[in-house]
Structures are given as C-alpha cells and as structure tokens.
Design a protein around this ligand. Structure first.
Ligand code: SAM
Ligand code: SF4
Length: 345
C-alpha cells in the first residue's frame, strides 16, 4: 500500500442507495478495537480484545474503503477504539489521502481521544486531514482521570494545542454524564469558544456491558436538560447546519461557534441517515442500533476481484434498515451488546 497508488477510474458506478431512497455517502471505519483509555461509559477496565488474525490488515482496510469510494462514498471517518494507537496507522491515512487529492473524497477525518495528537497532528495535515473530532468530557484533570481511568489530561491538552497549531479544525465531543460533568457544560462552551473549537454534546448510549460497577441508567442525562441549562447563560441561535447524522446544531451568539447536540436515543434522524459503519474485523453494520450486519472480511479474503467486493457492499446496503430501536429503561438498559469501541462511535 503506497500513497502513490493510482487514482480511481473516471467512469463512476451508480452510487449506493438504500431501499428507503437514502444515498449512503459516509463510511465510518473502526480501525482497531483497542484503546489507551478505559472510559467508564465505553469500556470495562479489563477488556479482552480481538485476536490479530480477525482484524483487517491496513491493506485490507484500504482496499475496502477504496471500494466504498468507488461506489460514491464522499466522507470517511476513522475511529475505534483509538485509531491513533493502531500500529502504522499513518500508512493507511496517507494511502486514503490519495482519494482526497483526486477529489473522489470530500473529507477524510477521524475521531480521537487526543492522546497521540502531539505526535500525529502534523502528519495528519500532510496526509490530507483537515478536521478532527477530539473527545473531551471534562476540563478538570481529576474528573478526567476518573472518566477515562487511564488517560493523561496534560497529554490531551498538549495534543489539542499541537492539532490547532498544525491548522486542524477541531470539534470537541463531550458525553453528557449526570452528576459527573453537568456543572461544566457552560464552561466548556466558553473554553471551546475561546479556542475556535466547535463543540458537540452526546447523550450517553446503551452500548456494551461495562461491568457491574457502572450503571448506565445513572449516567443518562437528556440533552434537553443540557440545552435548557446552556440557554440560561448563552444565546443559542437555531442553525440549519446538518451532517445527515443525529446532531442538531445551534450557533452561540457570544462565541460565534457551533454547538451540536447528538441525541441518538430519539428517532428523529434516521430518515436522513447517510452512513454505515465498518468494524476492524470487516463487519459492516448498516445501522448503529440494529444487529444485522454483513461479513465483508470473508469476501475480501476469498476473492481478489473488486467487482465481487462491490457486489457484497451493494447487497449489504440493500438491507439497510429504516431505523433503530434504542430505549433506555429498566428492562433494557443495554439495547446493543456491542461496545462502541467495536462499531466505532
Ligand atoms: N477513542 C476515540 C474517542 O474517544 O474519540 C474514538 C472512538 S470513541 C468510541 C467515539 C466517541 O464515542 C467518543 O466521542 C466517545 O465519547 C463516544 N462514546 C463512547 N461510548 C459511548 C456511549 N456509551 N454513549 C455515548 N457516546 C459514547
Ligand atoms: Fe477509548 Fe474512545 Fe472508548 Fe474512551 S471513548 S475508551 S477513548 S474508544
């Protein structure tokens, strides 16, 4: 795999359209299930990770992602686990950058916990990445330690500085956690505003088993409450900015920055869904909240013919469901048994 691999041919095949008329143009790829943090809402402390043989190689990930680009994917987001802890990950990012340079891909981006940005901010820009999402749930180093278990606050702060210095646009993702960071949301708006970062609050989702000590029902804080609280201190102006995903945005008049609210537990975004998710084992999930999936690893490993691979992708998209059924209640506190780090957040 090299960054000089030839660009795609001119004659583009028909785009991916699902049975509900939605064009699928956004691929999220979890490049590893491993992580250097153990965030309480995402992982148990003693996680067991996938054996290497099950995980797609960087070459396989490139081949698969490139098939999606040929089929009209315009945006790729790398996620995980922590994408930047995967060995030689820059080889994949540089290789995918060729699709940005050719114009086939509008955006190549990633979601990261920020721990490795001090090292990779510059190389990411060189590879064609322009914007990144960085997860940061608190500005308090002690709370940061409690939430991430293994994270180093100063390293993430240094990473954010390096990323901004390298010219990356930054959006901070903050999971709203009841009784943990609810007193900090307004400060977060100010802090991001001062640095020119956008900010998105995320409602905690019922994914994966976190161990008995962590109850998701206790963490759940509806974003309607977050928004109402922010509105007491900030002028939130409605924005029609949309990404096809579950986020709704406002512009904060005082800072001029966007603040988003991702409320995946409500159904109101499924009709505009433009995305699918690929795990690091080559399993394609057509919906974050549904179990149906397509095994693309077997196709990748049994045939070198990209036409066969493209057909498998089209067959999967033909099964994309209309929507999800997350519910947080006492009977079903875990709506999906998959960890977010497997499907990619
Ligand atoms: N490790 C990277 C990071 O933390 O940004 C990328 C992967 S992480 C799974 C992607 C996003 O999912 C992060 O913003 C994280 O806060 C969020 N996330 C993880 N588990 C979640 C959950 N149960 N509910 C809501 N968001 C979650
Ligand atoms: Fe790792 Fe991201 Fe999950 Fe935290 S949210 S444990 S940083 S994958």
């Amino acid at each position: 795999m090299t960054a000089s691999t030839p660009p795609l041919p001119d004659a583009a095949p028909a785009p991916l359209v699902d049975p509900f008329g939605r064009t699928v143009s956004y691929l999220r790829v979890s490049v590893t299930d491993r992580c250097d943090f153990r965030c309480v809402y995402c992982m148990a402390e003693d996680m067991s990770f996938l054996p290497k043989a099950e995980v797609l190689t960087l070459e396989e990930l490139d081949r698969l992602a490139t098939a999606f680009v040929r089929l009209g994917t315009r945006k790729i987001r790398l996620t995980g686990g922590e994408p930047l802890v995967r060995r030689n990950i820059m080889d994949l990012i540089r290789a995918l950058g060729r699709h940005v340079r050719s114009g086939a891909l509008e955006e190549l981006t990633l979601t990261t916990n920020g721990s490795m940005l001090f090292k990779y901010a510059g190389p990411l820009v060189e590879a064609g990445v322009r914007r990144i999402n960085v997860s940061l749930d608190t500005l308090d180093p002690h709370k940061f330690q409690a939430i991430t278990r293994w994270g180093r606050f100063d390293k993430v702060m240094g990473g954010l500085e390096a990323a901004a210095g390298a010219g990356l646009e930054i959006k901070v993702n903050c999971v709203a956690l009841k009784g943990v960071n609810d007193d900090e949301h307004s400060r977060m708006v100010a802090w991001c505003g001062e640095r020119g970062f956008d900010l998105t609050f995320i409602e905690v989702m019922p994914m994966g088993d976190l161990g008995e000590d962590v109850s998701r029902l206790d963490q759940y804080l509806p974003l309607s409450a977050v928004r109402a609280d922010l509105a007491k201190q900030w002028t939130l102006e409605e924005s029609d900015y949309r990404t096809g995903g579950p986020a709704r945005y406002v512009t904060v008049r005082e800072t001029g920055r966007r603040v988003g609210f991702i409320t995946p537990l409500t159904h109101n975004f499924c009709e505009s869904c433009n995305r699918v998710r690929l795990t690091c084992t080559g399993t394609l999930f057509m919906c974050l909240g549904q179990e149906d999936a397509a095994d693309l690893r077997t196709v990748l490993r049994t045939s070198d013919d990209d036409a066969v691979l493209e057909r498998a992708v089209r067959d999967a998209i033909a099964r994309k469901p209309k929507g999800h059924d997350f519910i947080i209640d006492r009977r079903r506190a875990t709506a999906s048994p998959r960890h977010m780090s497997v499907t990619g957040g």
